[in-house]
Structures are given as structure tokens and as C-alpha cells.
Design a protein around this ligand. Structure first.
Ligand code: RB5
Length: 147
């Protein structure tokens, strides 16, 4: 599993914690920035991480901003990206089982490091159930071609 990571300034602190957690888990990752807490624009980092995932060099992406909302909106504008905004462990499990998102988004200003790293742990260790969800995800994919 190779993970692309990005945030804005409001998600920087949690991104650092996620990096520590991924290192302990011996998961491969690349931090696409930012590398300090200077104010930046979240769409720039959503683009970097989503392009990295779409390139095939990374299996999944993680994006973090203050609320997670800006990153979610930006990421889900990109064709082929299915970004799930998660702030609790139940949603982390259910979104992987039912929605098979290739990008996880978290709200750095709303959750602490314990919740953030637990969400990542569950998201990485839960399998997509396919089955009845496949038809629904195909319908979501069909929406991409609507103007
Ligand atoms: C930055 O102040 C904040 O707007 C951003 O992190 C995010 O919450 C936007 O949705």
C-alpha cells in the first residue's frame, strides 16, 4: 500500500501525526505538502494528491483541511476520485465496505490525533464488500459524465 498525503495549514498538524502512524505501521507514503503551517490553498494540495492517485503510483490518498469540506469538494471534482469525508470510526469502516473511496478526507480542526490515526487504521484494514454496492458505485461513476 502506497499512500499520497496532503493537507492545508489547518490540516498540517494531523498530517504529521498520520505520518508518524504510517511509519510505525511500515506503510509507504509520500507527503505532497505543505511542509509547514504557513497558510496555503487546499485545492492545490487536493490536486497534487488526487493526480498522484490517478497516476497509479499511489494506491490511495489522504487529505486533511480544517473541516474536511473544502478538500472533499475539491477532490470530488476530479474524475476518478471518490473522496470520503470521515470524522468517526464507524464511518471509516462503513465507507470502505460500501463506498470503496480512493481518497480519505479528515477534518484537522475537529478531531484529535487518536481519532485521526484510528480512522486511518480502520480505513486501511477494511475491505470493500462489492456485491450489492457495485451496482450503486457504477451509478455514481455514471454521474461523472453528466455536465
Ligand atoms: C482554512 O482556514 C479552512 O478554510 C480550510 O482548512 C477548510 O476547512 C476549508 O474547507
Amino acid at each position: 500500500m502506497n499512500i499520497a498525503l496532503g493537507s492545508d495549514h489547518a490540516g498540517w498538524e494531523l498530517k504529521e501525526e498520520v505520518k508518524k502512524f504510517l511509519s510505525i505501521q511500515k506503510a509507504d507514503y509520500k507527503d505532497f505538502g505543505p511542509y509547514n503551517e504557513e497558510p496555503v490553498d487546499y485545492p492545490d494540495y487536493a490536486e497534487k494528491v488526487c493526480e498522484a492517485v490517478l497516476s497509479g503510483k499511489f494506491d490511495r490518498g489522504i487529505l486533511i483541511c480544517g473541516t474536511g469540506i473544502g478538500m472533499s469538494i475539491a477532490a470530488n471534482k476530479i474524475k476518478g476520485i471518490y473522496a470520503a469525508l470521515v470524522d468517526n470510526t464507524f464511518s471509516a469502516e462503513m465507507t470502505m465496505k460500501h463506498n470503496n473511496p480512493n481518497v480519505l478526507v479528515m477534518p484537522g480542526r475537529l478531531i484529535g490525533k487518536t481519532m485521526g490515526t484510528e480512522i486511518v487504521r480502520i480505513w486501511l484494514n477494511t475491505k470493500y464488500e462489492a456485491g450489492r454496492h457495485e451496482k450503486r458505485l457504477n451509478k455514481v461513476k455514471a454521474l461523472e459524465s453528466k455536465g
